[in-house]
Design a protein around this ligand. Structure first.
Ligand SMILES: *[C@@H]1O[C@H](CO)[C@@H](O)[C@H](O)[C@H]1NC(C)=O
Ligand SMILES: *[C@@H]1O[C@H](CO)[C@@H](O)[C@H](O)[C@H]1NC(C)=O
Ligand SMILES: *[C@@H]1O[C@H](CO)[C@@H](O)[C@H](O)[C@H]1NC(C)=O
Ligand SMILES: *[C@@H]1O[C@H](CO)[C@@H](O)[C@H](O)[C@H]1NC(C)=O
Ligand SMILES: *[C@@H]1O[C@H](CO)[C@@H](O)[C@H](O)[C@H]1NC(C)=O
Ligand SMILES: *[C@@H]1O[C@H](CO)[C@@H](O)[C@H](O)[C@H]1NC(C)=O
Ligand SMILES: *[C@@H]1O[C@H](CO)[C@@H](O)[C@H](O)[C@H]1NC(C)=O
Length: 392
């Protein structure tokens, strides 16, 4: 009888989930030595979770600096079918609209609901298309209706000028996508307004084709201030958080700031706060935020930055003074990204290396918010394969 119960227990708590160790410095991609420095940068991931057959597939992408500044750079799409342990190429997204290449700042998103003619589960890529001479910037949307194997151009969102981060030039940068109230929202950094060196804006679309005019999210009256790099997460109790880097902050150049709002379309009515950890640390540059329901009754906000291995967590919906610095195994990278894994105590952190880095590669690691505990996903998993499907 006892052994029978023990067997049932073993089946009920799948071994793969309970025993798998946190990922540490897993290599997603090592660029060949002939890639142009910095070779890789700005890594992003998406965890597919809208269709049972592809649930828990991870896709990754990054800025990919081909040899000899190849004039038709593509956005690489890599896949992991084992929750980040091993990676292989899934597809390459080439420029289908401008003849320039897809060069900077790719972002992946799986649609949780239909918008326009695109069904739930469509995978979107937002990316900055830029010609070889860096003379223009164009944030474009591509869609994959087969989970990232093939891609089609969907629409242009925003066109800007020369792709250099100098005040007075007019580029657009760093798209971030999210669906809110049946619209796709595209957040990005915008240097086109003569009143601001750079500001943060968003545009929305109800069909992925036609976009509203830009609306400010963060725009300071001091022209030299440069807020940049929006990411947004939903919080419980009806609020939303955006993080951004803030050149012009009194704490430090590019200090990580955040705003809380009860609509993700109205961050401009909110006040920016610096993240200052309980030990006094101010994170600097290229933040990314996620929220996970574990870690306390209000869940946990997690924010990474571009100058420290550690991340910053807040168990109190972003209350100032409630940020603590916690270690991760992942090294420092410019613009790392975070992803809440199916076991929501585990956070995947992915980096593509540093600006100017001559030995950059794309790596990923995990850290945990609380001791690992099983949480069943919405789709049935076999006892041997919970969360770690061997095949598609
Ligand atoms: C770059 O190196 C890779 C791997 O060694 C090689 O396959 C490729 O042909 C090289 N490309 C160029 C343009 O030299
Ligand atoms: C690539 O472009 C950068 C920036 O324009 C330049 O500094 C570098 O020399 C170029 N590299 C090659 C291999 O052409
Ligand atoms: C959606 O598809 C239908 C049928 O093909 C077409 O008539 C309609 O114009 C499409 N709508 C959009 C917004 O693309
Ligand atoms: C919406 O976008 C489509 C595709 O680019 C275009 O054909 C159409 O004219 C646009 N509609 C409006 C109202 O701008
Ligand atoms: C704008 O900020 C800079 C510091 O970044 C400061 O030197 C300057 O005085 C500020 N200008 C105004 C009008 O406040
Ligand atoms: C925020 O943006 C909205 C929409 O553009 C605008 O109506 C409002 O006045 C702005 N608020 C602030 C404080 O800038
Ligand atoms: C992971 O990589 C980082 C950066 O290279 C390094 O600091 C760290 O020691 C590595 N961790 C392990 C466990 O190897």
């Amino acid at each position: 009888m006892l052994s029978h119960l023990a067997l049932l227990g073993a089946l009920a708590l799948p071994a793969a989930l309970a025993q798998s160790e946190l990922l540490t410095n897993v290599t997603i991609f090592t660029p060949p030595a002939n890639y142009t420095v910095p070779r890789t940068l700005y890594a992003r991931t998406v965890l597919l979770n809208q269709d049972c057959e592809t649930d828990n597939v991870l896709l990754a992408t990054w800025e990919n600096y081909l040899p000899n500044n190849d004039s038709n750079p593509y956005t690489p799409i890599y896949q992991s079918l084992d929750l980040g342990e091993t990676w292989s190429e899934r597809s390459r997204v080439y420029d289908q609209a401008n003849g320039w290449g897809l060069r900077y700042q790719p972002f992946l998103y799986e649609m949780p609901q239909a918008v326009g003619n695109y069904s739930a589960g469509t995978v979107l890529l937002a990316v900055n298309s830029i010609p070889d001479d860096l003379s223009e910037t164009q944030i474009d949307i591509y869609a994959s209706t087969d989970k990232g194997y093939t891609w089609s151009f969907v629409s242009h969102v925003a066109h800007g000028g020369e792709a250099l981060p100098d005040n007075g030039l007019t580029p657009v940068w760093e798209p971030f996508l999210m669906i809110y109230e049946n619209q796709l929202v595209c957040y990005y950094s915008d240097q086109r307004d003569p009143l601001q060196g750079q500001k943060l804006v968003h545009q929305t679309s109800t069909n992925l084709l036609n976009w509203t005019a830009p609306v400010n999210d963060v725009a300071y009256s001091n022209y030299t201030f440069r807020p940049g790099m929006t990411t947004v997460s939903q919080l419980p109790l009806g609020n939303w958080i955006m993080t951004y880097e803030f050149y012009g902050a009194p704490e430090a150049a590019f200090a990580v700031y955040y705003r809380i709002a009860n609509s993700p379309l109205e961050f401009n009515n909110s006040i920016g706060h610096p993240i200052i950890a309980t030990d006094g640390t101010v994170p600097i540059s290229s933040p990314y935020n996620v929220w996970t329901p574990v870690g306390g009754p209000l869940g946990t906000i997690v924010v990474s930055c571009g100058t420290l291995s550690e991340v910053f967590v807040n168990h109190n919906l972003g209350a100032p003074g409630a940020w603590t610095k916690v270690p991760t195994p992942e090294g420092i990278s410019y613009s790392r990204s975070l992803r809440v894994m199916p076991d929501e105590s585990r956070i995947l952190i992915t980096g593509g290396g540093q600006l100017g880095g001559e030995s950059n590669s794309v790596t990923t690691s995990e850290f945990d918010i609380t001791p690992v505990g099983a949480k069943l996903a919405s789709c049935e998993k076999s006892a041997s394969g919970y969360g770690r499907k061997a095949r598609l």
